[in-house]
Design a protein around this ligand. Structure first.
Ligand code: IPE
Ligand code: MG
Length: 236
């Protein structure tokens, strides 16, 4: 969800107003994902690198996150959406952690629709945490390093119970991945758009998903082999 700051600056508004409008847009896109039959929507909301931003901006972002979580509790229930969080989210401010814990527990029973927030997330941090988790499990005799395969590694990632993303969208014109779901995106389709996040509304989202649905994914196979199968959209 990139480009809140630039969007605001272009309108002559403070950066934090861009973040506020970005949060409004999250609500639109969460609804749009459901309308588009996207069962998993993962939003990169705060990276491990974002702590380097000015203190006041971080505080504003945390307040917005808190407000968003309070507002969304009802919406998640109404739409039967399960919340999950990826990242070192327990290091966020206490009030935010508490709200996240409550919302995660309260929405656990929903299975069809999933909102995943990447918070205090970075792919390399995820690998480090997975290494630790795997090593502990190995010492406890729960993993056998001799039999390590991708499935064993994936059991220790934050995304252990979330499918790999089929489609990754980055807004604001930047054509880079910035430490987002690097391993899980091994076969993902990418979509880069110059539109800044506050303006990437339900129509833009629908356009993007449309473009995904027109693509042919091959996973190393030939076009003929692939056309005999059908690849459903499970995560964005
Ligand atoms: C994305 O917008 C929001 C967060 C990372 C929290 P930016 O704040 O990165 O906006 P730009 O990139 O400065 O325009
Ligand atoms: Mg940015």
């Amino acid at each position: 969800m990139d480009g809140n700051g630039r969007w605001a600056q272009r309108q002559g508004l403070p950066r934090n107003e861009g973040h506020r409008r970005g949060v409004d847009n999250v609500e639109r896109v969460v609804k749009a994902a459901r309308d588009q039959q996207v069962r998993h929507l993962t939003l990169y909301a705060f990276s491990v690198e974002n702590w380097k931003r000015p203190k006041l901006e971080i505080e504003a972002l945390m307040r917005l996150l808190e407000g968003f979580l309070k507002d969304q509790r009802k919406v998640l229930h109404e739409n039967q959406i399960r919340l999950r969080v990826l990242g070192r989210w327990r290091d966020l401010p206490k009030r935010v952690v508490k709200l996240l814990e409550q919302t995660i527990a309260e929405t656990e029973q929903y299975t069809d629709w999933n909102l995943n927030l990447a918070l205090n997330y970075g792919s390399r941090t995820e690998v480090v945490d997975a290494f630790q988790s795997y090593a502990r499990a190995a010492l406890a005799g729960e993993e056998d390093p001799e039999k390590a395969d991708w499935a064993a590694v994936a059991r220790h990632l934050y995304s252990r119970d979330i499918p790999d993303p089929d489609f990754v969208i980055r807004t604001s014109g930047e054509c880079r991945i910035s430490n987002f779901l690097l391993l899980q995106s091994a076969y993902a389709e990418y979509y880069f758009t110059p539109v800044c996040w506050p303006e990437f509304d339900e129509n833009r989202f629908a356009e993007a998903v449309d473009s995904y649905r027109r693509r042919e994914r091959r996973y190393g196979l030939t076009g003929e082999q692939i056309r005999e199968q059908e690849a459903p959209l499970s995560g964005v």
